[in-house]
Design a protein around this ligand. Structure first.
Ligand SMILES: [Fe+2]
Length: 369
C-alpha cells in the first residue's frame, strides 16, 4: 500500500538530520502567521482543497526528486493536498495530526559557555517555543523546565554519558504542562522547585542564595519574583543565567496571569526590582530564557545572548520604574488559552492521560517586548 502520511517524529528527524524534504503549508495565511514549521513554504490553498478544486495547488513549485510533506491544522485537508500531488507524480505525504501534533516537535542546540564546568544543551519545542535545558558535568546532569516527554531528556543524557540527578523548575508554568515531576520519578532524580505554597506534591524547596551541585558545576538560586511570586533564575558557575519567564532576549515576562489588575501592577513593580538585580550581573552573563515567540529553526544555534545585548535590545529594561510599569501593563498580549487549567494541573503535579496538545494549543504569549 502507498504510504500517505508521515509522523511528527519522522519529519522532525528528517529536518534534524538535514535530509532533503519540502514542507508545504496549505493553511490560510492567518493561521500560518501564528506559528509555522521552520523552512516550510506556503500556499493559501485551504478553501480550494476543501472544495476539491483539482487546480488547488496549481503553480506551486516543488522538487520532484525529494519528498513533499503537506501540513494543515489537524492533518485532514493536508491528506487531500498530498493525494493531489501524488496524482501529479510527487512523493507526497501528509503530516499526521497537522500543526496540533507538531506542537511536540523539538530540536536542540549546544550552548557555548567557555568558563563553565558544565555542558549545556538547549532543548527546544520548535512547535511551541518552550525552551528547556540539560546541564551536564562529569557523569551527572540536571534538567531545567522540562516540557517534553522523559525519553527526550533521557536519550540526550545517555548520548552524553550523563545520569539525570536533578530537575529544576523556574516557576509554576501557565503555558505548558510541566514534565518535571514525571521526569524526576522516571530518573529517581531530586525535584527542586522555588519555595512556595502553591503546589500540592512533594518537592525540595529552593530559597534565594541556595546552591545546587551538578558534578563540578554549581547553580546559584536567585529569587526573582514578578512574572509569578515564586519565579526564580539559576546562575550557572557565574557565567550563564536560566531566566525562565522573568527575562527574554528582547522582552520581559508578563505579570498578569492568575492575577487581578491591582495584583498585576504590584507584580510589575516587583518584576522591575528583580530585573534591576539581574542587570547588576556582569554584562557578559549569557541569558538563557524559558521561551521564544518564534518557531525555532533546526540550525543547532542556541537562543541566547549576553546580558549587555539583551539590555540594549529590550527597551523596557531601560525604563525607570513608573514608566516600566505603565509600558508593561499597556503591552500585555492576549491571554493564552487554557492557562487556568494548565496552572491547576501544574500545581497538582498532574499530566493528562494521552495527548496534551489540545490543552497546550496556541502560540506562546509569555513575553512583553
Ligand atoms: Fe510562565
Amino acid at each position: 500500500m502507498t504510504q500517505t502520511v508521515i509522523s511528527v517524529e519522522t519529519l522532525r528527524e528528517m529536518l534534524d538530520q538535514g535530509q532533503p524534504v519540502t514542507v508545504l503549508d496549505i493553511r490560510p495565511e492567518v493561521e500560518r502567521a501564528e506559528w509555522a514549521i521552520p523552512g516550510s513554504i506556503h500556499v493559501d490553498a485551504y478553501d480550494a482543497l476543501k472544495a476539491k478544486d483539482p487546480d488547488a495547488l496549481a503553480g506551486v513549485e516543488l522538487q520532484v526528486d525529494s519528498p513533499v510533506v503537506t501540513v494543515c491544522g489537524a492533518g485532514v485537508t493536508s491528506l487531500v493536498a498530498a493525494e493531489l500531488l501524488r496524482a501529479q507524480g510527487f512523493h507526497a505525504l501528509s503530516l499526521a495530526g497537522g500543526m496540533k501534533a507538531w506542537s511536540l516537535a523539538w530540536n536542540k542546540a549546544e550552548v557555548p559557555i567557555p568558563d563553565s564546568n558544565a555542558t549545556v544543551i538547549q532543548v527546544r519545542r520548535t512547535g511551541k517555543g518552550c525552551l528547556s535545558y540539560l546541564i551536564g558535568s562529569e557523569s551527572v546532569a540536571a534538567v531545567v523546565d522540562p516540557s517534553l516527554k522523559a525519553e527526550v531528556y533521557l536519550d540526550l543524557a545517555q548520548h552524553y554519558g550523563w545520569k539525570i540527578t536533578n530537575i529544576l523548575e523556574t516557576h509554576i508554568h501557565a503555558d505548558h504542562l510541566s514534565r518535571s515531576r514525571a521526569l524526576a520519578e522516571r530518573c529517581g532524580a531530586t525535584l527542586y522547585l522555588p519555595a512556595q505554597n502553591r503546589t500540592s506534591f512533594p518537592f525540595t524547596s529552593l530559597q534565594d542564595g541556595d546552591e545546587v551541585e551538578i558534578g563540578a558545576a554549581r547553580l546559584k538560586v536567585l529569587h526573582t519574583p514578578g512574572h509569578t511570586g515564586e519565579s526564580t533564575c539559576y546562575l550557572l558557575d557565574g557565567q550563564a543565567l536560566f531566566t525562565g519567564d522573568t527575562l527574554f532576549l528582547t522582552g520581559v515576562g508578563r505579570p498578569d496571569l492568575e492575577a487581578g489588575p491591582d495584583e498585576a501592577r504590584t507584580r510589575a513593580q516587583v518584576l522591575h526590582r528583580s530585573l534591576q538585580r539581574l542587570l547588576a550581573l556582569p554584562p557578559e552573563t549569557l541569558i538563557l530564557p524559558g521561551h521564544t515567540s518564534e518557531p525555532i529553526p533546526f540550525d543547532d544555534r542556541a537562543i541566547a545572548a549576553p546580558l549587555a545585548h539583551v539590555r540594549a535590545r529590550a527597551e523596557l529594561l531601560q525604563a525607570p520604574e513608573e514608566t516600566f510599569i505603565e509600558l508593561l501593563l499597556a503591552r500585555i498580549p492576549p491571554t493564552p488559552p487554557n492557562h487556568h487549567r494548565i496552572v491547576e494541573l501544574n500545581q497538582a503535579g498532574l499530566l493528562l492521560e494521552g495527548d496534551p496538545t489540545d490543552l497546550e494549543a496556541g502560540a506562546n504569549r509569555c513575553a512583553v517586548g
